[in-house]
Design a protein around this ligand. Structure first.
Ligand code: GLN
Length: 252
């Protein structure tokens, strides 16, 4: 299963989170610790999203190549600082394409999104749910993958004015009902807050007085990481976070 992280706090380089941290996404791309039988390494692409200015839309870099093979990303990541970052490495689910556009983060305006997991019975299990989306959203899916469809569902509900916590809880409930056994760790940021679900996969949080980091696996061995209990939703801002229980009805 893919690995992802999101950070809010004082500006840091992309490389400090993704490449330099002892167990950052670079290490998690070839030696992840907690894949729970969902693949072995995360070599099917990667991506990072950030904000070039406090009020700016998100910018992202994605690739279908393994993170460790991209020297241009490494050079750029060392020279790029942001106070908000969302990044991911991908292990493609069997049957899904390995393309740049299937790698997280998925993006729209200030939103950045990632999915760690799998939708069981794809695509038929969620065809009815997908049928509720505008046709244009389906035509314009980033890629024919479960994660891209989850992003379309989330984005549509956000554009209807849903609050992010309720949107993620609602999408998890709808997909878990339609496709039992799915793994649905969703991660969303607008550069100011982070919303994340733990649904049958690993997730941890670490705060300092002025930052927060949410990650599939702790990126260092500092003892300040808190595991998120399964079937829970994290709502985080720099310096603090709360954890709510997820239910099959989608009400956090
Ligand atoms: N199923 C998604 C994909 O193929 C996510 C994969 C994962 O979490 N390993 O992109």
């Amino acid at each position: 299963m893919c690995r992802h992280l999101a950070y809010l706090g004082p500006p840091v380089t992309l490389s400090s989170l993704v490449l330099e941290a002892p167990h950052g996404l670079l290490r998690q791309s070839y030696a992840p610790l907690d894949m729970r039988a969902g693949g072995t390494i995360n070599a099917d692409g990667f991506g990072a999203g950030w904000y070039p200015a406090p009020e700016a839309d998100a910018v992202r870099y994605r690739s279908a190549a393994p993170l460790w093979s991209d020297a241009s990303f490494a050079a750029m990541a060392g020279a790029t600082r942001s106070s908000a970052v969302l990044a991911a490495v991908r292990s493609a689910t069997v049957g899904m394409p390995v393309t740049e556009t299937a790698a997280a983060p998925f993006a729209h305006g200030r939103w950045l999104f990632s999915h760690n997991g799998v939708v069981r019975g794809w695509p038929h299990s969620v065809a009815e749910l997908a049928g509720g989306l505008p046709v244009a959203d389906l035509i314009m899916l980033d890629a024919p993958t479960d994660s891209a469809l989850l992003w379309a569902l989330v984005r549509h509900r956000l554009s209807d004015g849903g609050d992010p916590a309720g949107v993620l809880a609602g999408v998890v409930a709808a997909v878990a009902t339609a496709a039992p056994g799915s793994r649905l760790n969703l991660l969303l940021t607008d550069g100011r807050g982070i919303w994340a679900t733990a649904w049958d996969h690993a997730l941890s949080v670490r705060t300092t007085p002025d930052s927060v980091l949410v990650a599939s696996e702790p990126i260092d061995s500092l003892s300040t990481w808190n595991p998120v209990p399964d079937r829970h939703l994290v709502v985080a801002r720099p310096g603090h976070y709360r954890v709510d229980e997820l239910t099959m009805t989608g009400v956090p």
